[in-house]
Design a protein around this ligand. Structure first.
Ligand SMILES: Cc1cc2nc3c(=O)[nH]c(=O)nc-3n(C[C@H](O)[C@H](O)[C@H](O)COP(=O)(O)O)c2cc1C
Length: 340
């Protein structure tokens, strides 16, 4: 399976050297990328444009209020491994890189990373050393074998001087990064990855939604709940009308959520976690995942839950939703959360 490498350019100042160093790394490693069937995506922090961390919740909750955070979360989550191209400012990593690290949590976890540092006397190594500590605390694995460039010796007119030795080093480092990403796959819990639902999931979705909505029927004292009665054909039809995601563990489908656009709203529904898998944060992860998939232009997420489902309502309120007076199906209430 093709590995996705995210190459992060840390410096953002006008006239910076960062993009030229990143270009050199990309050029030098083209044969490795082709040979190992890698995909390299560049995240230039100058373009990512994150303000200083402005999220009210701790990143480990995955509850993000702002579209810039959700976009950054999607970009990092999609990566199997990271390459950080970073300068050194005052014996440290640039504040932009630290800020970009701080925005997220689980998105970084169990991914190997490589540093391409540059600077004056230290060739950026003190900045890298600091960034490595932060990366480790975020559960990334710094594989070592980093690339260092001294501005006075290794660059001329803002361009990295190509040498065979340096090119080989970059290629070997990328190869090792890929190898580490491969063996770390199980740690990344691809097993518990949230992925789009397919028609093959229908039978288990039917069973799971019945298991989950029995509780709702009891709490709300009503049996007229579509999720309890839908056939496999209904559930399959839902896959065409909604974007649906599922999560599996050990091959078993243990959670799901779906969403679709309605005007300016991102309607989220069918959030379900198998009864024996609750209280591990899976519901929050699924909800946050659905929110991050909101298309551009929607202004709020909307969902319905039973009027007497107080536990659900509390969970949604913790995730930033508030009760709304908007119309809801019989026996239900509407909850809304602004998405900017
Ligand atoms: C605010 C600031 C602090 C710097 N501190 C260091 C430093 O501690 N060590 C070093 O080797 N170079 C330092 N430099 C020089 C940078 O390595 C050099 O300017 C490099 O081009 C910065 O990367 P950039 O062009 O991508 O921003 C510093 C530069 C700036 C702008």
């Amino acid at each position: 399976m093709s590995m996705k490498i995210l190459l992060v350019i840390a410096s953002t100042r006008p006239g910076r050297v960062g993009p030229a160093v990143a270009d050199w790394f990309r050029r030098s490693t083209e044969p490795t990328v082709a040979e190992l069937d890698l995909t390299i995506e560049v995240a230039d922090l100058a373009e990512v444009g994150l303000p200083f961390l402005d999220e009210p919740e701790h990143p480990s909750t995955g509850i993000y209020q702002h579209e810039h955070t959700r976009a950054w979360s999607r970009q990092v989550e999609a990566a199997d491994a990271l390459v950080f191209v970073t300068s050194e400012y005052n014996f440290a990593m640039p504040a932009t890189l630290k800020n970009a690290f701080d925005y997220l949590s689980r998105e970084w976890a169990w991914k190997p990373c490589l540093f391409v540092g540059y600077g004056n006397t230290s060739a950026g190594s003190r900045g890298v050393q600091m960034a490595r500590g932060v990366a480790t605390s975020l559960r990334m694995l710094s594989i070592g074998g980093d690339v260092y460039l001294r501005l006075a010796d290794d660059l001329v007119d803002g361009e990295v001087i190509d040498t065979d030795r340096r090119t080989n080093h970059a290629q070997r480092a990328l190869e090792q990064l890929t190898r580490a990403a491969e063996v770390m796959r199980p740690l990344r819990g691809e097993d518990r990855q949230i992925v789009p639902a397919t028609p093959r999931d229908v039978a288990e979705l039917v069973v799971l939604q019945r298991a989950c909505w029995v509780d709702e029927a009891i709490v709300n004292q009503m049996l007229d709940l579509p999720a309890l009665h839908e056939s496999a054909t209904d559930v399959e039809a839902g896959l065409s009308d909604w974007s649906t995601w599922v999560i599996r563990s050990g091959g078993r489908l243990i959670g799901s959520v779906r969403a679709k656009r309605e005007g300016d709203d991102w309607l989220i529904g069918r959030l379900m976690v198998a009864p024996d898998q609750r209280h591990q944060g899976l519901g929050q992860r699924l909800l946050a995942h659905a929110e991050t998939r909101a298309p551009e232009g929607v202004t709020a997420a909307t969902l319905f839950t039973g009027a007497r489902s107080t536990a659900n309502q509390k969970m949604y309120q913790r995730a930033g939703y508030h009760l709304s007076t908007d119309e809801a199906p019989p026996g239900a209430v509407t909850l809304r959360k602004p998405l900017s």
